[in-house]
Structures are given as C-alpha cells and as structure tokens.
Design a protein around this ligand. Structure first.
Ligand SMILES: CC(C)(COP(=O)(O)OP(=O)(O)OC[C@H]1O[C@@H](n2cnc3c(N)ncnc32)[C@H](O)[C@@H]1OP(=O)(O)O)[C@@H](O)C(=O)NCCC(=O)NCCS
Length: 347
C-alpha cells in the first residue's frame, strides 16, 4: 500500500528517473531545466516548499502530483488556486487506483483545483471523478501568408492547392490596420500592472491573478523560453498588455500570442494589442498567429481582427472549493479569462 506525503529534497533523483520513464528523455530534460524556476521560484510557492505530493512504497517513489500555486479571482473573490502539472504514476503501478488517491490529496489541500492541457489518461480520470469539465479552451489562428493553412498531415500537393485557393482570402484578413492607442515595449512589469489587475479582476468571473510579481516570474524569468511583452497605454496609463513569442514549427513559422489582459469592454484596446502582434509577426516572417482564449468578449474581438477558431486540444477542468459557486458558474465560462500563458502550457 502506498503512502502519500510531501516532497523532500532527497526525492529529486528518484522523481527524475520516474519522469524519464513516464514522459521520455526529452520531456525529462525540459523538466530539469525548468524545475527550480517552476517550483521554487514561483512567487506563490508556500514557505515550507513546493506544492508536490509524492506516493511512496517503502523507500520507492511510485507517483507524484506536482502543482503550480496561483491566486485566483472567482466571482470577485480572491482565493488560493493550484494548477496540476507534472502528474504521474510509475508505469507498473498505473490503473491500480494510485492516480485517484493523488488527485484527491491535491484537491483536498487547495482552494481551487485546476487542470489545463490534460493528457488522455488524466482527462479520463477527471471524468471518472466527475469533476467539472469546462474545456477545451478555444484555439484561434490568424493566417498571414499563403503557407498559414498548411497541415503536416496533408500531402504536399494538397497543401499547395489549399495555399493557392485561400490566398485571396488570406490577403484580405492579413492586411495591416492602424493602431488605435499607444503601444510600448515592456522589459519588466512594474507596479502599474498590479494596479491594472486590481482594476480589472472583478470584470472576470474566473482569472488567475496577473500582478507584477506573477507576470515577471512567468514571462521574464522563465529559463526555457524568451518572451516579448508590450503595454497598451493611453494618456500615460497602462490599460493592458500582451505577451508573445515566435517559433518555427514543422510547416512554417508561428507567432504565439501567449497571454494578454485588457478591459473586456475595451474592444479598441484589445484590437490595438492584436494589431501590434500582427506587425511583429509579419516582421518575423510568421505564417500565422495562434492564441488560446476562453473569454467571450475577447473572442469576439479576435474574430473581428481576422482570427478564426480551429480545433483545440487544450482541455480544461476546474473545481472550486474555497468559495460557494452556483452550478451555472461552470456552465457559462464566457466571463473566464484563460490563455496559453496559464499553467505550464507554453513549454
Ligand atoms: C494520469 C495518471 C497519473 C493516472 O494514474 P493511475 O494510477 O493510472 O490512475 P487510477 O488507477 O487511479 O485511475 C484509473 C482511471 O484513470 C483513467 N485512466 C488512467 N490511465 C488511462 C489510460 N491510459 N487511458 C484511458 N484512461 C486512463 C481511467 O478513467 C481509469 O479508470 P479505469 O481503470 O476504471 O478505466 C497515470 O495514468 C499516468 O501517469 N499517466 C501518464 C502521465 C500523464 O499523462 N500525466 C498527466 C499529465 S496532464
């Protein structure tokens, strides 16, 4: 019978070995690179150490539940939340009930248990536990060049034909539009971003607290990726921000709009941020821009700005414990702000 307790420093080697067996050597290497930042340097890390539960059989570690603590605004109240991230059970111990015990241990200790970008096995387990399934988080793509609609699973002649047939449409969608407000590059998030969050928090029915400490940790201190950030400014006041990066994929170059914040009623402001990202993406020769976005008002602006919705694989589950929420809270997620920048999705 396994016992569950919290992580100790000398567990590191055994957990790293299990990680390699469950997720493979490349993922294990990525995990090693991120670990210190992801767990110990999180500004919400509890004083007694990272939020990690370990399943032990005698001296042997057979499972782990590692989570990212965040503050979450839920219906105008701020509570402790936790993104489940590196969850695993040793292959020879899977399908014997250990995962369920780990999931329940985590959930009992947190104000909001949150899972984003679930694997098939964890998605099924959340379903089995009957936790609210509020996903997937919609994925949006804005095409910028004729290569934008290529798919790695189509043969090249099909890709060429689709590129040719859609080119006139892509040209219209991708045309440059004037920016309606000021945009400035950001190299560090100052306290004005905490003030922005404080002003906007109550406009979302669900969102992770995006204050300066969180934003700097998440987007400027991460060891595995480099982000660009810009501020939306009017009359010297910060009224929003966007975080993005460019990368090469199998069938072309992509700009990821990783995270953003603005007043959902400020359509002109959000459009300005999107317009800036368009320019940057074009300057970097990106074929398309990709973003994940749950909030209804933001989604409308994106569609207006030439983004269209594609199939999303970013499943999302949330269970709020710290405050009472009505059943309708989980049914209507149009006031929830969740992006690719949440949890550890962009790795
Ligand atoms: C997810 C995981 C931690 C669950 O641990 P576990 O000990 O196997 O889970 P349990 O035995 O408590 O629960 C089993 C239930 O989980 C779901 N499940 C687990 N593995 C599954 C799989 N390979 N395919 C489909 N469903 C699966 C099923 O609902 C299953 O119920 P069933 O056995 O009655 O069909 C484990 O499968 C694992 O380590 N997976 C690989 C790593 C991973 O995907 N981590 C999650 C990252 S988001």
């Amino acid at each position: 019978m396994a016992t569950i307790d919290t992580y100790r420093q000398d567990d590191e080697r055994q957990i790293a070995a299990m990680y390699r067996r469950v997720f493979g050597p490349d993922a294990a290497e990525g995990n090693r690179l991120r670990w210190e930042w992801q767990y110990s340097r999180n500004p919400n890390c509890p004083p007694d150490g990272p939020q990690i539960w370990v399943a032990r059989e005698g001296p042997t570690i057979v499972g782990q539940y590692a989570a990212m603590p965040v503050r979450v605004s839920v219906l105008g109240r701020e509570i402790d939340g936790s993104w489940g991230m590196d969850v695993m059970v040793a292959p020879e111990r899977q399908r014997q009930g250990l995962g369920e015990v780990l999931f329940r241990t985590w959930e009992r200790h947190v104000g909001a248990a949150l899972g984003l970008g679930l694997s098939e096995s964890s998605y099924r387990l959340f379903q089995k536990l009957r936790w609210p399934n509020v996903g997937p988080v919609p994925c949006f793509v804005k095409p910028l060049t004729r290569r934008a609609l290529r798919r790695p699973d189509w043969p090249m002649p099909v890709n060429r034909f689709v590129s040719w047939a859609t080119l006139p449409y892509v040209r219209v969608v991708a045309r440059a539009r004037p920016l309606k407000a000021g945009v400035e590059r950001v190299s560090r998030f100052g306290e004005e971003y905490t003030a922005l969050w404080e002003r906007l928090a109550a406009t979302f029915t669900f969102a992770v607290r995006r204050d300066a400490r969180y934003l700097n940790w998440k987007f400027f201190e991460a060891p595995h990726v480099r982000y660009n950030a810009v501020a939306l400014k009017r009359a010297g006041e910060v009224q929003g921000y966007a975080v993005y990066r460019h990368l090469q994929e199998a069938r072309g170059r992509v700009t990821l709009l990783v995270d953003f914040l603005a007043d959902p009623d400020d359509a002109a402001g959000v459009e300005t941020l999107l317009g800036w990202v368009d320019r940057e993406a074009r300057a970097e020769n990106s074929d398309k821009i990709r973003a994940f976005c749950l909030h209804g008002a933001f989604r409308r602006v994106m569609k207006h700005a030439g983004y269209f919705q594609v199939k999303s694989t970013m499943e999302f589950t949330a269970k709020i414990n710290a405050v009472e929420v009505p059943a309708s809270f989980y049914e209507d997620t149009s006031g929830w702000h969740v992006t690719l920048g949440d949890s550890d999705q962009d790795r």
